[in-house]
Design a protein around this ligand. Structure first.
Ligand code: CA
Length: 232
């Protein structure tokens, strides 16, 4: 069961930035359609039916800026939109969210952060594999059940599923503790980095042959936790 890769609509007038974002997204396996203005995006896309996520610059040449583009398409679609902008004033951010933004990144930003935000915004879309092998276990991210080759079954709760899903989506790369916190806890809760550590300890007890020498749930000092890439 493989679904087609998500298509991302990128509207950015700065050519080098547009190209850099497009190449990075394509390297992650996404399909990208990119435009240098809102007018050209609107002229070329009539239904936006193929689009899974939008990345819009706010300041764009032509009649329509990124905010107006978002307002125009919001009546027809509900894909998540991440704004990129040089403006960082609170009123601009609020205006972006009122226009229907799901997220907001102020220039200059690290491409790695944009990629992470794209993944987080797409996480509930059914594009990613729902089943993953970790050590001797097959983990089903929908049901939250992990089944070992010897028949042992472990059930994970919703919070554990969220953390595992984030690590699986970034498999082979470290995920910062703060991103795990953002992903798996609401802002009303007040977890600490230590809270995240406790979940990792639990995962190690389940998945690792020797939890004191983890093979899968690896600590990357200063960078967070990484689910090691699967062996071929
Ligand atoms: Ca611009």
């Amino acid at each position: 069961m493989s679904s087609p890769p998500p298509t991302i609509l990128l509207v950015e007038d700065e050519p080098f930035l547009r190209k850099g974002i497009r190449l990075n997204l394509e390297a992650e396996g996404y399909t990208v359609v990119d435009y240098d203005s809102a007018d050209s995006a609107l002229a070329s896309q009539n239904s936006f039916a193929e689009i899974s996520l939008g990345i819009f610059d706010i300041m764009l040449p032509g009649e329509i800026d990124g905010l107006e583009l978002c307002r125009k398409i919001r009546s027809r679609t509900d894909f998540p939109v991440i704004f990129l902008t040089a403006r960082s004033a609170l009123t601009d951010k609020l205006e972006a969210f009122r226009a229907g933004a799901d997220d907001y990144l102020t220039k200059p930003f690290e491409l790695e952060e944009l990629l992470m935000r794209v993944q987080v915004r797409l996480r509930s879309r059914p594009a990613m594999a729902v089943s993953e092998t970790i050590g001797a276990f097959r983990l089903d991210l929908e049901s939250g059940l992990a089944t070992s080759s010897s028949g042992e079954v472990v059930r994970f709760n919703d919070r554990e599923k969220k953390i595992l899903r984030l690590l699986v989506q970034n498999r082979g790369r470290p995920v910062h503790r703060s991103d795990i916190l953002d992903h798996a806890w609401s802002s009303a809760e007040s977890p600490t980095n230590r809270t995240v550590d406790n979940y990792i300890v639990k995962f190690r007890k389940i998945f690792e042959k020797d939890p004191t020498r983890p093979r899968w749930f690896i600590t990357r000092h200063g960078q967070g936790y990484e689910l090691a890439a699967a062996e071929n």
